[in-house]
Write a protein that binds this ligand. Structure first.
Ligand SMILES: CC(C)(COP(=O)(O)OP(=O)(O)OC[C@H]1O[C@@H](n2cnc3c(N)ncnc32)[C@H](O)[C@@H]1OP(=O)(O)O)[C@@H](O)C(=O)NCCC(=O)NCCS
Length: 170
């Protein structure tokens, strides 16, 4: 199966919203608002990197990267997620290709590292490691992970972009 990974275009916005909603719908850990989150970041100009997977001309998956913020003010931090693949096409390495392409771009940008909240079993294959002691207050420590890139060993809390909390904060 030939998959092309490329940056999102304006014409992809509706399908990204739709795939994300359907992919997360059955997931017990879903907040049910992952698709709105992507739109919120895009509308705020804070979607740092959005890659789509295209198969036979159709978008079948997407990964989002946003800025993250180290407690000591050091820069170059990113957060991965949401990431979603068309439900019928999952477990065919489309998610993996999206994530690897995104991480390659972060390396090009000489990023300090990347954080996420997700299942450690899935993300450890990309080099993410659990850092419960560096988890931001409002996140689940068991699922908080960091991929160090430019830094050898992260040692401060890395916080997600405030827009992740925009709804909680009203
Ligand atoms: C997570 C997701 C993007 C992965 O994309 P994908 O193309 O299906 O995944 P890949 O083919 O690259 O990898 C498949 C592997 O991931 C595992 N996997 C997929 N989602 C997983 C999850 N949430 N937790 C643990 N393992 C997961 C599969 O069991 C499979 O394992 P294997 O390699 O040992 O067989 C996709 O499954 C998806 O859209 N899921 C629903 C939305 C979601 O949960 N997003 C991530 C939230 S953290």
């Amino acid at each position: 199966m030939e998959i092309l990974i490329r940056g999102e275009k304006p014409a992809d916005e509706a399908v990204i919203h739709d795939i994300t909603a359907r992919a997360f719908a059955p997931m017990p850990y879903s907040d049910g608002d992952e698709q709105q989150l992507i739109d919120r970041f895009r509308n705020a100009g804070a979607l740092e990197l959005s890659l789509v997977a295209e198969q036979d001309g159709a978008v079948v998956g997407q990964v989002t990267f946003t800025r993250a913020f180290a407690a000591d003010g050091s820069t170059g931090w990113y957060a991965l997620g949401p990431v979603a693949v068309e439900p019928e096409l999952q477990s065919q390495r489309i998610g993996q290709q999206l994530i690897e392409a995104g991480l390659a771009e972060l390396r090009n940008r000489e990023a300090a590292g990347c954080i996420l909240v997700g299942n450690p079993e899935y993300y450890q294959r990309f080099g993410f490691q659990g850092f419960p002691e560096l988890c931001p207050d409002r996140q689940p420590a068991d699922y908080f992970q960091i991929l160090p890139l430019g830094v050898a060993e992260p040692d401060v809390v890395i916080e997600f972009h405030p827009l992740f909390y925009a709804e909680d904060d009203g």
